[in-house]
Design a protein around this ligand. Sequence first.
Ligand code: LLP
Length: 431
Amino acid sequence: MVCENINVNEKGNLAFAGFDTAELAAKHGTPLYLMDEDRIRHNCRIYLKAMAEAFGTEAQPLYASKAASFKRMYEIMKEEGMGIDVVSSGEIFTALKAGFDLKNAYFHSNNKTDWDIAYAIENGIGYFVVDNSEELYAINEAAAKAGIVQDILLRITPGIDTHTYEAVNTGKVDSKFGSAIATGQAEDMVRLTLSYEHIRLCGFHCHIGSQVFDSDTFLRGSDIMLDFIADMKSKLDFVTQQLDLGGGYGVRYVESDPTIDIAANIAQVAANVKAKCHCLGLDIPKILMEPGRSIVADAGMTLYTVGTVKTIPGYKNYVSIDGGMTDNPRFALYGSAYTVFVANKMNETADFVCSLVGRCCESGDIIQENITIPRPVRGDIAAVCTTGAYNYSMASNYNRIARPPIVMLSGGRDYVAVKRESLEDIAANDI
Ligand code: LLP
């Protein structure tokens, strides 16, 4: 199985986090997002332990909450001792609702509005991760107005190309994010920052890409960043306190995806950082990392009820479900691979080749193409694995379809963390 929390039970049904998924579908209805809370906590602890061991107890993983943002997630992050990466006032608002202390929050985004900046400052944001000079100016003004000195990191583009899909490849020089070292803009940003009275520069951030499997990505990234840090020390006498290496470790969506040993990888990055700092005569900065996908992806599963099963002779078979690109746009956007099961037919022969498609009025509304499953009939339960990251958070109401609820699974207990949208909810803002 793609993850160890997936099994087949004695009834021949798909089990997830020890629960019978067919029973969960009957109890909560479909479409249904499931989240294995124990797996989320397990994934957090891998980072917490590995980073503390490798970099010292000062090091801090930040959960990139864009991967799955709802109140319960921030409560779990608070309980686990994770920091958070937020990218909008909406994420900040949700974190506040969970009682998350924003001192431990880093506010990203390439275009924070003046309103966002004021809102974040008002609520005591720990750090802005500043993207550009206009934003720097706006933060300085807002901090002056609030009578504070605001801590920030600068987002730097190290100029690394990862071998991942284009939409999530962000570390290149040609990127809408950050300031590039190669063009001299990163250095300009440091000079500018140091000239502002109401801003304290604490260090630097880079994020190279997402769903990355190359084990040398973080090594190359940290090397380039440390060279830059040494350069800023010698040119500007600036001592970097924090280095945020971003997120990006890939997860297994299908059996053919590799498994990453995150703890071993972090240990390797730490050895490299220590050696490089020694070589450059630098004190090792406090290291931050920002995992999103690798915290929540394999904690998620989506259940659907099968509707129409259509065969076009000489072409292919279509299995339609009661959800689709509205709850999972990742195939439509990136052609992402997923593992699909018929949850109530796990012991039946998988010999039906088909596309699993959604219910939207759009041909591109596909969850997965060319899968082989037992031939399903109307009423069967389809399960799509590894949907914990960037599914709920990218869901939409296209075609005025309601978003599914999120049911958390923990220690044999299932509970609703996000309720199902109603038809009233969908039209709630219409005047
Ligand atoms: N830090 C920054 C600044 C980021 O931009 C991201 C992701 C992360 C951390 C977390 O990266 P992760 O560990 O999750 O790979 N919607 C796409 C993914 C977009 C990722 C955007 N940034 C998807 O569904 O695959």
